[in-house]
Design a binder for this molecule. Structure first.
Ligand code: P6P
Length: 338
């Protein structure tokens, strides 16, 4: 078949963000646009390092040192430093929280009106196996009159103004929401641009896939196991299919596109589950809701929770509305030991 002629109306991430800014009207200062463009650049740079590292790790050259004789930095530390430096340089950020850093970074003297919470390289333990990993980020606007403090990030996820992730896999995908729906972009390495490839992502109302680490079933509370049994041994209809990559960005990306339910429950071993509120649960719940899905701890909406500290954890069940509502029923009727 003859090839399609190249489009003459390329929609890059930068153009898309600018078009959304115009939608915000005259009160748009362009600061969020500049911030998201800075984040976009970090994603491109991290992608190139992940690709190189995969090559090095896969051929067993790990532990090599670079020309200055410095030890090869672990990729997640490298990714963290890339993001911290780029966000500081953007001049738009006054508070940063990173999975890699114990305390929040308050950017002294910044006129920045935004706070960015991020996991620079989530799932990095999977890199040696060539499994997709990713960067997850969420953005708060500082509170009225605040110069930027930890109080600007110990807030419910529903107060975020933007959230997204970049997945480093066979291709590099950036998925973003500024509260006006969810759009997906694919990196064209020849152009060095993220191109709009998945406009207005909508999660199907019901899926056929469940994504849990069932290796933890021994520790699960009854409502979790009861729900899983209801889709594995259904009274009518076909059992669901199991897909678990063990990298949140990859499992959530598939859930957004194909539907179904992703869960990292609380259980007897992990009282609050494993996933962190600020830079894992909140951004992924924000995206899920913007795509028409539901995100719950089992008993409450994830985006309503106020984090007790910047690395606080919470249980996560997110995905297709009908699937997550089914799960919530098992929690609603359970009043046993938790
Ligand atoms: P488990 C990766 O380490 C991570 O933080 C998430 O990306 C992923 O969803 C989860 O942990 C996997 O945890 O206990 O199933 O290996």
């Amino acid at each position: 078949a003859d090839l399609e002629p190249p489009t003459t109306d390329l929609i890059t991430l930068t153009r898309h963000i600018l078009s959304q800014q115009y939608a915000l009207g005259e009160d748009a200062t362009g600061d969020l646009t500049m911030l998201l463009i800075a984040i976009q650049v970090t994603s491109k740079y991290i992608a190139s390092n992940v690709r190189k590292a995969r090559l090095i790790n896969l051929v067993g050259l790990a532990g090599a040192s670079n020309v200055q004789g410095e030890d090869q930095k672990k990729l997640d530390v490298l990714s963290n430093d890339i993001m911290v430096n780029a966000l500081r340089a953007s001049g738009k950020v006054s508070v940063m929280v990173s999975e890699e850093i114990d305390d929040a970074i308050i950017v002294g003297g910044s006129k920045g009106t935004y706070c960015v919470v991020f996991d620079p390289l989530d799932g990095s333990s999977n890199i040696d196996a060539g499994v997709n990993v990713g960067t997850i980020f969420g953005v708060y606007k500082v509170k009225e009159g605040s110069e930027g403090s930890i109080k600007d990030v110990l807030r419910p996820g529903k107060e975020m103004v933007a959230a997204g992730y970049t997945m480093y896999g066979s291709s590099c995908n950036l998925v973003l929401s500024t509260g006006q729906g969810v759009d997906g972009f694919t990196l064209d390495e020849a152009l060095g641009e993220f191109i709009l490839t998945h406009p207005e992502i909508k999660i199907p109302s019901r899926g056929k896939i469940y994504s849990f680490n069932e290796g933890n079933s021994l520790h699960f509370y009854p409502p979790t196991n009861n729900y899983l049994n209801s889709i594995k041994y259904p009274e009518n209809g076909k059992p669901y299919s199991a897909r678990y990559i063990g990298s949140m960005v990859a499992d959530v990306h598939r859930t957004l596109l194909y539907g179904g339910i992703f869960g990292y429950p609380d259980d007897k071993k992990s009282k609050d589950g494993k996933l962190r509120m600020l830079y894992e649960a909140f951004p992924m719940s924000f995206l899920t809701e913007q795509a028409g899905g539901v995100a719950t701890t089992g008993t409450q909406r994830i985006l309503d929770i106020i984090p007790p500290n910047i690395h606080g954890r919470c249980p996560v069940f997110l995905g297709s509305k009908d699937d997550v509502e089914d799960l919530k029923k098992f929690y609603a009727e359970y009043d046993g030991e938790k």
